[in-house]
Design a protein around this ligand. Structure first.
Ligand SMILES: Cc1ncc(COP(=O)(O)O)c(C=O)c1O
Length: 371
């Protein structure tokens, strides 16, 4: 089997620099929230073009603590795409608010502005929930179309929290995913475009007051002193080793995004020749981080089986729209026919910066033969 994501190739490339960073973190003895964490936060903020980066234990917490800081809770509605990873809606439910599901666009997999408008109108008409925030997700690495979403969010007086867990580092008109929205959050789960060797996450904002709240909430609602607790918080500190790893990986991240782009273009050029394959569509001004390379095909089961037989792994993100999952089906939402359709047709192919041309040619040939 060829790897779906080859993290070992990156590990080999990084060599002793990475090993030294890890051993320095161990020798330093401050294993949680050590000095590397503040250094990483400064570098992440600069990279994203935003004032504050607040590191925490995982991407789910990075979203959660923003909702907590905004005081979003029971009776509030947060608009979330139906076609996303569970964490996007989970955090809304965890703070006691209601996720309201919105459909996505068939060509980009990202939040459909018309469906968002319909969902907001529905919530206002029903009068049971207060619209508070919109959470677009930069799915598979491409930013949502913020040029269209931002005016809707502003007109409705809502907050925008961007789920950049997959898109962090991508660009839209020169703005980095992570630096867009009233706040954004990312994940450093190992398989993410910028991942560490365990769990990790970060929230981002230009708002000084919000940044202070996030720093407090991530460590048990602490005040100026460690044992002063001025609010209810969570335990979401980042390990120093993970920060040290991320500092090293951030150095090569811009180059890796370019390498991912080369791989994606090779796929799109070759696969778009078949009229039975729909390749991902890039909106103008966008550069994706290609967290996934996801195509749409009429007979997904056959393609997956054919590729598996030839040692090529595939994955389905996501086989069931979140709004239809058992844990989420009682929450309200707009109709989501596109999410339903995508959940039956999408399939993701091996994608990482170190996918060499010969291996990729093998994958492309197998896909074309199968369809
Ligand atoms: C879209 C999306 N949101 C949130 C998360 C949550 O991140 P984590 O797994 O680090 O909690 C993930 C990744 O797993 C994700 O893909």
């Amino acid at each position: 089997m060829i790897p779906f994501i080859d993290l070992q190739a990156q590990r080999r490339r990084m060599g002793t620099g990475l090993t030294k960073a890890i051993s320095d973190a161990v020798e330093g003895g401050q294993w949680i929230m050590g000095p590397q964490v503040a250094r990483l936060e400064a570098q992440l903020a600069e990279f994203a073009g935003v004032k504050h980066a607040i590191a925490c234990a995982n991407g789910t917490d990075a979203l959660l603590i923003v909702l907590r800081a905004w005081g979003i809770g029971p009776g509030d509605a947060v608009f979330v795409p139906a076609f996303t990873f569970a964490a996007s809606a989970e955090v809304v439910a965890l703070v006691g608010a209601s996720p309201v599901f919105v459909d996505v666009l068939e060509d980009t997999f990202n939040m459909d502005p018309q469906s968002l408008e319909a969902a907001i109108a529905m919530v206002k008409r029903e009068g049971k929930l207060r619209p508070r925030a919109v959470m677009p997700v930069d799915l598979f690495g491409q930013t949502a179309d913020y040029r269209v979403l931002e005016p809707i969010v502003a007109r409705e007086g809502l907050k925008m929290l961007c789920d950049a867990a997959q898109g962090f580092g991508g660009l839209l008109d020169g703005r980095r995913s992570g630096g867009i929205g009233d706040a954004a959050a990312t994940s450093f789960f190992p398989a993410k475009p910028l991942g560490c060797f365990g769990d990790g996450g970060a929230s981002f904002t230009n708002d000084d007051g919000l940044a202070d709240l996030l720093r407090s909430i991530r460590i048990h609602g602490q005040g100026t002193d460690k044992y002063e607790n001025v609010r209810i918080g969570v335990n979401s500190r980042l390990d120093t080793i993970q920060a040290a790893i991320l500092i090293e990986k951030l150095k090569i991240f811009p180059e890796e995004i370019e390498m991912r782009e080369v791989v994606a273009q090779r796929y799109s050029k070759a696969l778009s020749r078949s009229n039975r394959i729909r390749v991902p569509h890039m909106i103008t001004g966008a550069q994706s981080t290609w967290a996934q390379y996801t195509i749409q095909v009429p007979d997904r089961d056959k393609l997956q089986a054919d590729l598996k037989a030839r040692g090529i792994p595939t994955a389905v993100y996501y086989p069931i729209p979140l709004s239809h999952q058992k844990g989420y089906r009682d929450f309200p939402g707009a109709p989501v026919p596109t999410s339903e359709k995508l959940s039956k047709t999408v399939v993701s192919l091996p994608m990482h910066p170190y996918l060499d041309e010969a291996t990729q040619a093998r994958i492309i040939e197998a896909v074309l033969e199968s369809v």
